[in-house]
Design a protein around this ligand. Sequence first.
Ligand code: CA
Length: 407
Amino acid sequence: MHPVTGTAARFWFATILIFVFGMMAGAAQAATPQQWVKSFWPTAKAAGISYATYQAALGNFTPDPEVLKKASNQAEFTQKIWLYLHNAVSERRIITGRALLGQYGPLLTKIEKTYGVDRHVVVAIWGMESTYGDVLNNPAIVKGTIRSLATLAYQGGSRAKFGRTQLVAALKIVQQGDIPINRMTGSWAGAMGHTQFIPTTYAAYAVDFDGDGKRDIWNNIGDALASTANYLKKSGWQGGATWGYEVVAPKGFNYKLASSERTLAAWQKLGLKRPGGKPFPRAGESARLFAPAGAGGPAFLLIKNFKVIKRYNNADSYALAVGHLSDRLRGGGPFTVDWPDSDLRLSDSELVKVQELLAQRGLYSGDIDGNIGSGSRAAIMSYQETVGVEADGQVSQKLLEMLQSGK
Ligand code: CA
């Protein structure tokens, strides 16, 4: 093909594409919120929703601009797993969790007996999902679930299908009377209550543990924690077993073996040992080796329950945080092998200091709570840019020292 012809053809092809997509985008935006509510009614009706419920839930629907903003912000800040773990399994979360284990002891005994799921894991998930319910009191995070999901459904795009499915499930929940519409709250993406269940997960796994006729994962700790235990049990939780073991590898160990599944006994033959040489309780169990920092950090043999935890949130980092937090809540200590970048680890009070110093510079306006989330990382990046160092958004001793030196 002649190069000029090719360029012209590409030009026209692109022009037509832009025109067609413009038409499609125009068509999607043409519906007003009220027109969209009307157009979605047959879908809700077919799912068994009454007109009264539908009107009460969506009669005055307006899209939530904050949900639109969050949904379009696709950039996920990827963090090294050890930095994620440091924030997830923080001193504060361990201390609070241990106190709650005491406070809810009799309730947790009952839940453990009913579902056969270790209370420390249930409480660890509670801590990971909603910081033991703390996020439910944060008006900046908590939103009306029907409005959030309707916004996702209304705006079209990649989250529209999720929005429609979850909206129908949410309408069913309010119709059943589990929670009034105005108290059905959750994250912008529809994760609700202490357990952060999306509506379809709620429909399948939430339970009414106190028997008052409502599955109240928003206000009733028993319902919430029993729902978590029920979800784990239905996902295949092995009662009396743990999630995995920290192991120490011999010098020169071949980490390429990590992709294979073998029995604990077979891994032991390859030289992997628990710290202190404790035996594996059931050596015949199948396990996967997880060594995210290779020879430079701790390694783990993961058994069945690790996969079950991943049903809650399908990420190794999340499941390792839940597993490790559960061990810490039981009274266990930190991993015996250090992660790389140990200079990056700061104590809770040092993290608070970092936030204070960023706030003093007008770069940070969020909570001064030592929780380094996306707001804190954005502030760190702005600061790093102003002082001319690599803007990676990481907290470190070096960063704290720089802030303290008045730079
Ligand atoms: Ca209940």
